[in-house]
Design a protein around this ligand. Structure first.
Ligand code: SIN
Length: 497
């Protein structure tokens, strides 16, 4: 079914390089499909090295004027972009839902989430303060100024096609950087629509360049950016193996990096928790976007005294979730992004069961009148999970809750930290001393304490350990696109002094 938008011109199907909408230099095309049915509904360019180079040429040419543009003017442009995103919330929400599969209500919500980053960084643009340092010796003035890093390459994932573009591109533009970007091959249309709105907001030519490529050709595009010394920063959200590859390959030109990589979030419920609040928190954190988020709980630990009650209450909520296509009113869980994603979920559940876990709810692919497509998986609760299972070792990235029973605080902290990843962690407790102890002990960049919804434009989002480095959102998110320059002026002015 073709996508019907109020503004048909928001469905762009070309790259945007140097303010021109263009096909891939070699004319190759990439189909875009609806995860609800796998039916192709659009085609975009499948770009290669020539397009990647053209984008850097444009971004480099635009850099001097853009970095010299007063911060207030850059902020005004971002505010116009923000207003246009809000004005087209419905169209953007429909695009997100169609290409990514999340229910329409969530698609609309993601537009607001994306817009909040654009607004935040529009405001931060004017606050990129430096410092005046009290000089340690006479006869000097010592200052610190913040400068844009230069051309930024942004590589974004499919799970939040609007929000991840916004929270990388808005701070880059606010800082005075120019951008070359590659959206995920599964979800290019939202980023192209956002680019169209940035164009309409009045962004000068070459400041933002968008290049789409298939999974097969992505490396060709990214390799150009990795090798090109004019690209001074890479910002990436995606898997840890790809993040490590980018870190290795960008070493040749020592680029600045922001890497928001895989997570394996623990969610801990202590005996002293408010159990209803913990169930609500888990529902919000786990089932947002069908469990396809880097911060969603991947391992759930429940203390022995409340285990059975928690499982009982959670199972009732999970069994009541409505699974269906993004467009169906009332859908709460859409299809997974593609068949590979469902295969992985199936493999994790089968592995857990073969190692002794029990299925309390779900545990199967779904095919029904309302879910007539290949990519649906039933929201699932497993008990008896342990650290040997694939679902404890890797991100499942789907609607599966594996529960492990535990006895002591020390035991659960050790288990929660027993992973190379360190993005987010959650715990529920009403004991104030425990709240501080556990917050200190958890090895993650983000901790949710009696709260399941963590991300916000004003907060620093990012991980430690093999979940990467750099922060997105907040004032720290602007810093990641700036470099520090120290100015030292001697006051020994000779005769005049
Ligand atoms: C992500 O999954 O990478 C982002 C999730 C979020 O912004 O909350």
């Amino acid at each position: 079914m073709p996508l019907s938008l109020t503004r048909a011109d928001l469905q762009r199907t070309q790259n945007f390089i140097n303010a021109r909408w263009s096909d891939a230099a070699d004319g190759r095309r990439l189909p875009v499909s609806d995860p609800a049915s796998d039916a192709v509904f659009a085609e975009v360019p499948d770009s290669g090295a020539a397009d990647a180079r053209a984008a850097v040429d444009a971004a480099q040419a635009a850099l001097p004027a853009w970095r010299a543009t007063p911060a207030k003017q850059r902020a005004q442009l971002l505010k116009r972009w923000h207003a246009l995103i809000l004005a087209h919330q419905e169209d953007l929400g429909r695009l997100i839902s169609r290409e990514q599969g999340k229910p329409l209500a969530e698609g609309r919500g993601e537009v607001l989430y994306a817009a909040s980053y654009v607004e935040w960084f529009a405001e931060e643009a004017t606050r990129a303060y430096g410092d005046v340092i009290p000089e340690p010796v006479r006869g000097r003035k010592m200052l610190v100024v913040k400068e844009p890093v230069g051309v930024v390459a942004a590589i974004t994932p499919w799970n939040f096609p609007a929000a991840m573009i916004a929270r990388k591109i808005a701070p880059a533009l606010a800082a005075g950087c120019t951008v070359v970007a590659k959206p995920a091959e599964d979800t290019p249309l939202t980023s192209l629509a956002l680019t169209r709105l940035a164009e309409e907001a009045g962004l000068p030519a070459g400041v933002l360049n968008m290049v789409v490529a298939s999974r097969e050709r992505a490396a060709e595009v990214v390799d150009v950016w990795l090798a090109d010394g004019r690209v001074r920063k890479i910002t990436f959200t995606g898997s840890t193996p790809v993040g490590k590859h980018l870190a290795r390959e960008s070493a040749g030109t020592l680029k600045k990096l922001s890497l928001e990589l895989g997570g394996n979030a623990p969610f801990i419920v202590f005996d002293d928790a408010d159990i209803d609040a913990a169930v609500e928190g888990l529902m919000a954190a786990k089932f947002r976007n069908g469990g396809q988020t880097c911060v969603c709980p991947n391992r759930v630990f429940v203390q022995r005294g409340v285990h059975d009650l928690f499982v009982e209450k959670l199972a009732l909520r999970v069994a009541a979730l409505v699974v269906g296509p993004a467009s169906a009113p009332g859908s709460q869980i859409g299809p997974m992004i593609n068949g590979r994603a469902v295969d992985k979920i199936e493999r994790h559940v089968a592995d857990a069961v073969s190692r002794g876990a029990s299925i309390v709810v779900g545990g199967r692919r779904l095919r029904s009148d309302s879910c007539d497509g290949p990519n649906y998986y039933a929201p699932t609760v497993l008990t008896g999970a342990d650290a040997s299972m694939a679902c404890s070792l890797e991100e499942t990235f789907g609607p599966v809750v594996p529960i492990t029973r535990f006895d002591s605080e020390a035991e659960v902290i050790a288990a929660a930290n027993d992973t190379p990843f360190g993005l987010a962690a959650y715990f529920y407790s009403r004991d104030i001393a425990r709240v501080w102890r556990v917050s200190d002990a958890l090895e993650t960049g983000i901790v949710g304490i009696n709260e399941g919804a963590l991300a916000a434009e004003a907060a620093p989002f990012g991980g430690i350990k093999e979940s990467g480095y750099g922060r997105e959102g907040s004032r720290y998110g602007l810093d990641d696109y700036m470099q520090t320059k120290y100015l030292c002026q001697g006051l020994n002015l000779g005769a005049a002094a």
